[in-house]
Write a protein that binds this ligand. Structure first.
Ligand code: FES
Length: 101
């Protein structure tokens, strides 16, 4: 779910160009400049990886690049922090992956 206009706020939201990305083999749209964590949250995806030791789920926690709980696979590259990565046209993202040991 995305907010198109903020209630009680006169100015229109300014966004980057609308682009297509793939999340877990599903094509979705995003706006240039958005963070992966924002898009995944909008799509209702809360589990981004699982701990290799016990299978516990983890997802967005600090939102500022410190905790490493939001790791996803981007274009085949594992351990990318969703909260620190901006989307790019054609990006392919996988979530709910087992963390790299
Ligand atoms: S949510 Fe903590 S590093 Fe991304």
């Amino acid at each position: 779910m995305r907010i198109e206009n903020k209630p009680g706020y006169d100015r229109k939201l300014q966004r980057g160009k609308r682009i297509q990305i793939t999340v877990n083999q599903k094509s979705i749209f995003a706006y240039e400049g958005e963070l992966l964590s924002t898009i995944l949250h909008c799509e209702g995806i809360r589990v981004l990886q699982r701990k290799h030791r016990n299978g516990k789920a983890s997802g967005i926690y600090c939102g500022m690049g410190i905790c490493y709980e939001c790791l996803v696979k981007v274009n085949g590259v594992p351990s990318i922090r969703a909260c620190q990565t901006q989307v790019v046209e054609g990006m392919v993202i996988s979530t709910d992956i087992v963390e790299q040991s």
